[in-house]
Design a protein. Structure first.
Length: 487
């Protein structure tokens, strides 16, 4: 038995390899085989399987799997699986929270994420399940609703564009088209990975979902001039007779011409050609144009229980093992934040904590978002950004800068020099990865003794040549994937 954590009468520990079968059957659904498969791939194993016990009896379980982000980034994120919390336990959310904190403490050094997928099609107690990540800074990363098309055997409307499949256009051209169609995507998950990878590499990664059997149903639509206007990839859903739209997109210059309606007609024809009698897909609830198009094409919501929440907590595990997270501020955090202290000389460049909270109230039009920077459970810093100032507000107010602006960053004097400030910006960048129009992060500061400007410049911010409020305006290009491709 290893890695014990005692909290509120609960013991959360890593199982021994000999306990794997027992652990895998705690909820009646055998998951030990999944762990063995992960272990064979180097992506998991019994050493990443946690059990919560109260009075010697198991009351909760979770496993941790490592997933390569791809795109040759050399980065991994960590997915929680096998989640079980005893439905008869009187404090189920406390069990879930203890499992989350224990999982956080078992991540490798560096920048990573913990991800939890919850689906009403698989889980009854969604709220308890999602309580795993909330106490450690988890946030809703994406919410998707399921839509179902059912083939009634009637004639299908013709496709008005020329249709070609991936075999005729070639995988390289298909991948490039997929990336091109993601410009200004309303899907939060795609937005995040697109920023990390860049459009070409993102499209290439998507080809990993393609099999030889799927090639006839990965389609491209072309206009009269032979130029591609969009794509739709139809693949199998893991149920007999059910297909799914793996991905769909329209090139930016063809949007607003109802190309998506033609793509959905082509998808229905492809699904029927695969022998499927229905097609289940899911869509980001914020992607209202896509949902409207699906409904026009006869895809219906709530035909079956299928609603998915993707929760994520971004983490930087410091060299000393402390997991650093940004968390929304509660009353306990606020008291700890008021006790933060600036290092000597920093008061010339950074206001007091009282002033930060006051600024958030008086300048609410700047869309302030505040977090407490945690090292484990200890509050070690404070971060505030402008989170998406509307373009019309920026145009009307010359004193406002955005849409995304690093407004305040304070690491307690006792915790400076340990890389926590850099980690805080890493976590802000992770947050902005799924935000709309987040191409640049701005900040400002004066030069001089104890100025943070050398820190920002060393991190990768650059001078804009603009002075605002008597301070140099700096910028950081968030489009890391695009920059990698350009190089």
């Amino acid at each position: 038995m290893t890695a014990r954590d005692v909290e509120g009468g609960l013991i959360v520990r890593t199982i021994d390899a000999s306990e794997l079968d027992w652990w895998g059957e705690l909820d009646g659904n055998e998951v030990a085989a999944q762990v063995r498969s992960l272990e064979a791939d180097g992506a998991g194993g019994p050493d990443r399987c946690l059990v919560a016990e109260r009075g010697g009896s198991p009351v909760g379980r979770v496993g941790i799997a490592s997933d390569d982000l791809g795109c040759r980034l050399g980065r991994f994120e960590h997915r929680l699986f096998g989640v079980w919390v005893d439905p008869t336990d009187g404090d189920r959310q406390a069990v879930a929270a203890a499992l989350g904190r224990a999982a956080l403490g078992r991540l490798p050094t560096g920048l990573t994420s913990l991800i939890l997928r919850s689906n009403t099609g698989d889980v009854d107690d969604i709220e308890t399940r999602r309580s795993i990540l909330r106490p450690i800074g988890g946030r809703l990363f994406q919410e998707k609703v399921g839509v179902v098309w059912e083939d009634d055997g009637a004639g299908l409307p013709p496709v008005r564009h020329a249709v070609r499949d991936i075999r005729s256009v070639g995988p390289e051209a298909y991948a490039a088209l997929m990336g091109r169609c993601q410009a200004a995507t309303l899907d939060r998950n795609d937005r995040y990975y697109l920023q990390l990878c860049g459009p070409v590499r993102w499209g290439t990664e998507m080809l990993g979902y393609l099999t030889a059997e799927d090639e006839p149903s990965w389609l491209v639509l072309e206009d009269a001039a032979g130029d591609p206007v969009g794509f739709v990839a139809v693949g199998p859903f893991p149920e007999p007779g059910v297909a799914t739209i793996v991905h769909i997109g329209v090139v930016p210059e063809a949007r607003g011409r109802h190309v998506v309606d033609d793509l959905l007609r082509a998808a229905a024809i492809a699904a029927r050609g695969r022998g499927s009698t229905s097609m289940l897909s899911d869509v980001d609830v914020e992607n209202r144009p896509m949902l409207a198009a699906l409904e026009r094409a006869g895809h219906r919501r709530d035909t079956r229980p299928w609603h998915v929440w993707f929760d994520r907590v971004s983490v930087v595990v410091a060299d000393d093992g402390a997991p650093l997270t940004l968390r929304d501020i509660d009353l306990t955090d606020r008291a700890a934040l008021m006790a933060l202290r600036r290092a000597p000389g920093q008061e010339r460049h950074l206001g007091s904590m009282e002033s930060h909270f006051e600024d958030a109230i008086t300048d609410a039009k700047a869309e302030p978002r505040m977090w407490a920077l945690h090292a484990g459970e200890d509050v070690v810093g404070f971060v505030m950004i402008s989170d998406g100032i509307p373009a019309e507000r920026l145009a009307a107010d010359d004193d406002m800068v955005g849409p995304y602006f690093l407004w305040r960053l304070l690491v307690d004097a006792a915790s400076q020099g340990q890389g926590y400030g850099r980690a805080a910006i890493d976590l802000v960048r992770e947050f902005l990865g799924s935000r709309p129009g987040a191409d640049v992060l701005l900040t400002s500061c004066r030069a001089g003794d104890a100025s943070p400007q050398p820190f920002y410049l060393h991190y990768g911010f650059t001078q804009t040549g603009v002075v605002k409020w008597g301070e140099d305006l700096l910028q950081y290009d968030l489009r890391s994937g695009a920059l990698q491709e350009a190089r």
